[in-house]
Design a protein around this ligand. Structure first.
Ligand SMILES: [Zn+2]
Length: 555
């Protein structure tokens, strides 16, 4: 991207006397040398270097400070007196799952607010954002009743309608994937009334004889660190391909229910082992079922692939299958708002400037939202607790944000950004746009933090490389040229760091499933996450300047 190239050249000009021994892992060393070779070698030449025109020369910047003693105290508090797993248990076991406006979310948000208040943070509060209708699964019972009885592992899809009592009905297989045009529906007219419809072919299920390694190797991290910034063309938003004359998924669903079907049943994607991924998707996503003017809901059940496949193989033998379903759900909509949890550690001489740490409190409505993202919330709250416990007095205000409405499109966090920093829809900058230093986000489940993206900015590399030094022994070893950023901040030109973590479980199968439970969490990983979060927040809050942004103002 042209901008980055120009920025790098500018950096080289502005910091000619900068010389630092780079002690990172091989990836850091290679990446740093390749970009900075013009200034770091040979050392003797640097010592002798003098500005050619002293009038315009920039003074050599002070080295980036590292608060080693504070990090020692952070680590001691984190490892000796950790509360992170206790917080995680409350968030998951007691309140999970925490879908938007569900009783679990409401209880979790009030509990977290009180907990942050108890830790001594200031102005612990619930911050409203517009969100019309939540969804709460109150009761689900799914069985095969013929030709044999079997209870099934199954969940209603998010924002599914209930069943209006217990229903028992024959099952019919109607492969939605074969519907391309209106004419394809004709053979089914008058054929679906009072049936439960299985909508997909038999699902391939992995055998799971081998599990993946759970931590990145140094070689994998080196390769990730070297991934270049994507070209502007590849960043263009992908247009949804118009399917002229072809039926949309919504049209197919609408047809089936207009024909009098009682419910649709689909298999879990490809997890197997009894897992059910019931993320917000498909019909509810297309119709934005949480909005005030959303159409009436349909009844959709997602079932473990093995159980789904069993019914399909029986049907293939021309033996009738009967199911019994009862689903009771609520769509809480009395209050037009949903809520983030916000609290602050007040700054001192730079209190008007802000560093944010956060994670999303809302979870998918199955499991208990442990790795996604109870882990991030627990580690963020623990980082705040640790900073209070050691009596940290950050110069900037450190704000904690636990976000609602996440899985449907970052509603809570986007609302916070739009109210306080900038709104990309109206193209307005808000009062604190110039006061935000950075946002640090945790959302890749359990797994140690291994690094973070510099978003193509070599200035950020030089700063973060220093902050990371006390954390290398805990496994945070790499800076990535490019990598995940938090979209709510990125889209308005702000820094939204997304820590890269070992992908224990989350890449495999547990996120968004019924088995995303407390037992997936690894205590030592969450302790490390809290140490990283507290250390980065503290350093960002202490340096003389806000972190330099990676891109210019977007408008
Ligand atoms: Zn998440």
């Amino acid at each position: 991207m042209g901008f980055y190239a120009g920025k790098r050249r500018g950096l080289m000009r502005a910091r000619p006397g900068k010389c630092r021994i780079i002690t990172g892992g091989p990836g850091i060393l290679v990446a740093a040398l390749s970009l900075a070779s013009a200034v770091v070698s040979p050392a003797s030449a640097l010592i002798a270097w003098q500005p050619q025109n002293p009038q315009i020369a920039t003074p050599t910047p002070e080295p980036e400070p590292v608060y080693w003693a504070t990090v020692d105290r952070i680590m001691e508090e984190a490892f000796e007196r950790s509360e992170v797993m206790e917080v995680a248990s409350w968030l998951t076991d007691v309140f999970g799952p925490r879908n938007s406006k569900s009783s679990g979310y409401i209880a979790a948000s009030e509990w977290a607010r009180q907990k942050l208040d108890d830790y001594g943070l200031s102005e612990a509060r619930l911050e409203p954002f517009e969100f019309a209708a939540g969804w709460d699964n109150k009761y689900t019972s799914v069985h095969m009743t013929s030709p044999q009885y079997s209870p099934f592992i199954a969940y209603p899809a998010p924002w599914s309608a209930g069943t209006n009592g217990k229903i028992r009905a024959p099952v019919k297989y109607v492969n939605f994937e074969t519907f391309a045009t209106e004419a394809d529906l004709d053979p089914y007219r008058g054929q679906l009334e009072d049936f439960i419809i299985l909508i997909s072919p038999i699902q391939a299920v992995p055998t799971h004889f081998q599990f993946k390694p759970t931590s990145f190797t140094d070689e994998e991290l080196d390769a990730m660190a070297a991934i270049p910034i994507p070209s502007p063309e590849s960043e263009e938003p992908r247009e949804r391909r118009p399917r002229a004359g072809r039926l949309s998924r919504e049209q197919i669903y609408d047809f089936v229910f207009a024909e009098g079907a009682l419910a649709v049943v689909r298999p879990d994607g490809s997890n197997g082992l009894g897992m059910v991924d019931a993320a917000v998707n498909g019909y509810s996503m297309e119709r934005r079922m949480w909005e005030a003017d959303a159409p009436a809901s349909i009844t959709e059940v997602i079932i473990a692939a093995e159980h789904y496949n069993r019914m399909m193989r029986i049907l293939e033998k021309d033996i009738p299958v009967e199911m019994e379903l009862e689903i009771r759900v609520e769509f809480p909509a009395d209050d037009p708002y949903d809520y983030n949890v916000i609290a602050e550690i007040p700054g001192t001489d730079l209190a008007h400037e802000i560093v944010i740490i956060g994670a999303h409190l809302q979870s998918e409505p199955v499991g208990t939202g442990a790795i996604d993202d109870g882990a991030g919330v627990a580690a963020t709250m623990e980082a705040a607790r640790i900073l209070m416990a050691i009596g940290a007095q950050p110069r900037r205000t450190i704000r904690v944000g636990l976000w609602g409405g996440h899985e449907m499109g970052l509603y809570g966090n986007r609302s916070h950004v739009r109210q306080n920093f900038a709104d990309p829809v109206t193209r307005e900058y808000k009062a604190d746009y110039d006061n935000l230093s950075a946002y640090f986000n945790l959302d890749i489940g359990t797994g140690k933090v291994r690094g973070v993206s510099i978003m193509g900015s070599e200035v950020l590399r030089s700063i973060l490389l220093e902050w990371m030094k006390p954390l290398r022994g805990l496994g945070m070893t790499h800076l990535f040229l490019n990598g995940m950023e938090h979209e709510a901040y990125k889209e308005v030109g702000l820094l939204g760091f997304y820590f890269e973590q070992d992908r224990k479980a989350i890449d495999d199968m547990n996120a968004h499933t019924n088995m995303d439970l407390y037992d997936r969490l690894v205590p030592e990983d969450l302790i490390q996450n809290a140490v990283v979060m507290a250390t980065f927040a503290y350093h960002a809050a202490m340096r003389d300047e806000k972190l330099p942004r990676a891109v210019p103002r977007p408008w």
